[in-house]
Design a protein around this ligand. Structure first.
Ligand code: SF4
Length: 286
């Protein structure tokens, strides 16, 4: 039986992308290959908000994710990869993950809910453990899964083969598997050559439905997204493109959402809200 380091396991509605509004169980795995310290700041600057949270954590240790402060710059799920907060993320067996999943489902069985692998970056090494979750007897009525990924991690061959089969069983189709790829532009603070990997994303399309979702703060970001999309298309990506406003806290989100919606309309892309911000203030566990 596999074990996974779990940052959060919670029930909410999907707030972003193609399945906005769909009730979903979110498995947030621990660890990420990026830090995205540039979000919410002028280019070249890096957030130190999680350093300040850590200073507080040293004085008065936070005991759970719910106690952690939200940040307005950098990665809004910092505790899911920053090793200084790793004590908040237990190692759970695949069985424990499934049992907890069934507890938090309102009908204690799958009705129309989705299961979402998120992070951190959920396609790091943990991907080898996901079949143990998905093959559990209580997961057989699950119809739809999504991987919320930054689009930099290749699928291991065994996992790719497994997903292909999963998408053919129990009335599912290839469309039952979604890769929601939040590719990181320079506003994130990550390097383009490490963040925009079109061949990796194109390969996801061999096993499921793929779309791109770019976090946008200004017009420069939107133009950068257009250039990146050209590279993804050249590699074989055929899915939709979403622009989503920057803003893990309402004050920032409210400044950007209408402008980003207008940019999406002008460019012929889709607009993605981030419903967890206005509905739930982006609290942990939402
Ligand atoms: S890729 Fe996602 S989880 Fe990782 S640091 Fe960036 S925003 Fe945070």
């Amino acid at each position: 039986m596999s074990k996974i380091k779990v940052a959060e396991l919670f029930y909410s509605i999907q707030g972003e992308g193609r399945y906005m509004g769909v009730p979903s169980v979110f498995l947030r795995t621990f660890g990420c290959n990026f830090t995205c310290a540039g979000f919410g700041l002028p280019r070249g600057m890096r957030s130190d908000e999680n350093d300040r949270v850590y200073e507080k954590h040293q004085q008065f240790p936070f005991k759970s994710y719910e106690e952690l402060p939200l940040v307005s710059t950098g990665c809004d799920s910092y505790a899911s990869w920053d090793p200084r907060f790793k004590n908040l993320s237990p190692m759970l067996t695949s069985n424990a993950i499934v049992e907890r999943t069934m507890e938090i489902l309102p009908h204690k069985q799958w009705v129309d809910e989705h299961f979402i692998f998120t992070g951190g970056e959920p396609l790091l090494g943990w991907q080898r453990s996901y079949p143990d979750i998905l093959e559990h007897a209580k997961m057989q009525d699950l119809k739809e899964i999504t991987f919320e990924t930054n689009g930099t991690q290749k699928l291991h061959k065994d996992f790719k083969d497994y997903l292909t089969e999963w998408g053919r069983k129990n009335g599912r189709t290839r469309e039952s598997i979604t890769f929601s790829v939040s590719a990181k532009l320079s506003v994130s603070g990550e390097k383009r050559e490490e963040a925009i990997l079109p061949a990796v994303v194109a390969e996801y399309g061999e096993v499921g439905h793929v779309y791109l979702k770019f976090v946008i703060a200004d017009l420069d970001d939107a133009y950068e997204a257009i250039e990146a999309v050209k590279d993804y298309r050249a590699a074989g990506f055929t899915g939709s493109v979403y622009l989503m406003p920057v803003g893990g806290v309402e004050s920032v989100y409210n400044l950007n959402n209408r402008r980003v919606a207008e940019l999406a309309m002008q460019m012929g892309y889709r607009y993605s809200d981030r419903l967890q911000v206005p509905l739930f203030k982006n609290a942990w566990g939402t």
